[in-house]
Design a protein around this ligand. Sequence first.
Ligand code: TA6
Length: 277
Amino acid sequence: MVTLKKFDNGFAYIEIQNLNAVAKIALQGAHIFEYKRSNGEDILWLSDKSDFEEGKAIRGGVPICWPRFGSFDSALPPHGFARTMLFTFLGAKEIDEGRTVVSFKLQDNPQSREIWEYKFELEVNFIIGDTLEIELKTTNKDDKEFMITQALHSYFNVSEINNVKILGLEDKPYLDTLTNKEELQKGEIFFDKEVDRVYQDVKNEIVLADNLKELHLNAVGSSSAIVWNPWIDKCARMSAMDKEAYREFVCIESANAQEDFRIVCAGESHALNLTIE
Ligand code: TA6
């Protein structure tokens, strides 16, 4: 079942229910902010303090950072503009009783052209089932090429940050954005301080291990990933986040970031696909 719903302030989202899962996706940013499996697993973290307000990014779920990841381009807002723009809901289709495809689209508009001159189409397709699949497809509708960096800035629920290990990034080079130094990952990643890193050469599965549970992330069209947890001090300074919230989530973001930027030629497309299982 697919239903258009609204919060009291008019903020609209699509709710999808099938045999395997329930999901909620806001029209603003084509932002999935809930994905619960019917076995009770609540995969995506969402801040209790999250705003569902036009023009403000939702804190949690999977914000779409596009056409920039980060804030390296002064003309554009941090993490780009897609996450605060209203997408068009293209429709939904049930593949079977347990899997539903849902699609959204954003096109260039006067507001986007003011800060980013290009004509584009950004399509976001979800498959909601016992796995969550997200496709981010950029099409260049202009007559000149453009460059994008992007990320599926996924916030994952964890039992407690001290229980978490991330596997699959061993021996990968990364930029530590806290020190601005290039480093090499030694062993698995665990958390006992703020971590904000952009990994390169990521063409394999990443595993989020939390006690006995595991989430497996596989991306296509991406060879970079960001791992982030704000830890105590940054968490206390962050908008729409409780001061203890850093204990409850970790971000693992499938991306095209830093040297994994992509040039999209006129008339061509680039797709970034992520499967979470
Ligand atoms: O992906 C990590 C990061 O870029 C961090 O540096 C961090 O501050 C974060 O994303 C959240 O950014 P936001 O703009 O949503 O507050």
